[in-house]
Design a protein around this ligand. Structure first.
Ligand SMILES: NC(=O)c1ccc[n+]([C@@H]2O[C@H](COP(=O)([O-])OP(=O)(O)OC[C@H]3O[C@@H](n4cnc5c(N)ncnc54)[C@H](O)[C@@H]3O)[C@@H](O)[C@H]2O)c1
Length: 274
């Protein structure tokens, strides 16, 4: 018997990196997975990996910022698996500049992907959660559901060059606290996990200029090797975290042991605080 048998988990940005590790972790613990990614092939590959391990998953590819995405994502998961037990708002990227050079488009893009999209997904899930919680309460049953919003220590502590990203990642903490209060009566635990430096495509140590295309914009990925070494030297545990370690932090908020924890932000950073 696993902790999450029969539960359905929705995870955005799960085609690679931390989101993929969360999807594999929750699936290994018995959850059905409704996953999304901007990129079709990586999303399909994660579905295949989960199925190969005996789990169940579907992919809803596309940008979380697309009009109507939230309703499509939640609707597709309900059609396939009939429930909503866990939502992990993870999809995202960075688009850095110092403030003098940051455009409105750059600022808005970060708010859209890291804050508005999670808001829209939770709003799309609200009618189902409300009606289920009312039925369960009428039957005298407490059924806990889980929301985990992904933040960053750039949001909790600030980070030079990330006025857009850190504002969005601080905003998601506000949304987390409010939804914990709004949905507590419905037994929904709403928490955030703020990562320090986790080794993924976003933070890859590279001196090459690498970029990705998101929502029609070309944005840089990777961090110069010297800078990564400097950052790792500041981490008490002496290195970046792995995606599995990152997923472990999220998992803690998905299991019954955290049923009385809500509105909190867990920092998963190898001890680094900024
Ligand atoms: N890696 C870190 O050190 C770190 C630190 C703090 C917070 N985070 C956060 O963790 C989350 C995951 O990042 P990661 O490091 O795994 O990066 P990643 O690039 O490895 O994976 C992110 C995934 O999200 C997808 N994605 C990006 N924009 C999307 C969109 N608009 N719609 C749907 N999917 C989209 C990408 O295609 C990618 O597969 C992000 O929210 C990020 O801000 C990461």
């Amino acid at each position: 018997m696993t902790n999450l048998a029969g539960k359905t988990a929705y995870i955005t940005g799960a085609g690679r990196g931390i989101g993929r590790a969360i999807a594999l972790k929750l699936a290994a613990d018995g959850a059905n997975i409704v996953l999304n990614d901007l990129d079709v092939d990586p999303a399909a590959e994660v579905v295949a990996e989960i199925e190969a391990l005996g789990g169940k998953a579907i992919a809803i590819p596309g940008s979380v910022t697309a009009p109507g995405f939230a309703e499509d994502f939640i609707g597709a998961g309900l059609d396939k698996f009939g429930g909503i037990d866990i939502i992990v708002n993870n999809a995202g990227y960075t688009w850095d500049s110092f403030i003098g050079k940051m455009t409105d488009a750059q600022f808005d893009a970060m708010i859209d992907v890291h804050l508005k999209a999670p808001f829209q997904i939770l709003r799309a899930a609200a009618p189902f959660i409300k009606s289920q919680a009312a039925e369960e309460a009428a039957e005298g049953r407490e059924v806990f559901r889980k929301v985990v919003n992904i933040s960053s220590i750039a949001g909790t502590g600030g980070n030079a060059g990330q006025a857009n990203y850190s504002s969005a990642k601080a905003g998601i903490v506000g949304l987390t606290k409010t939804m914990a209060k709004e949905w507590g009566r419905m037994k929904v635990n709403v928490n955030a996990v703020a990562f320090g430096m986790i080794a993924t495509r976003l933070t890859e140590a590279t001196d090459e200029k690498k970029s990705i295309d998101v929502d029609g914009n070309t944005v840089g990925v990777g961090i110069p090797k010297k800078l990564v070494a400097g950052m790792e030297a500041m981490i008490p545990m002496g290195r970046a975290g792995t995606v599995e370690e990152a997923a472990g932090g999220v998992y803690l908020f998905c299991i019954p042991e955290s049923n009385y924890v809500s509105g909190q932000t867990l920092i998963v950073s190898g001890g680094l605080t900024i």
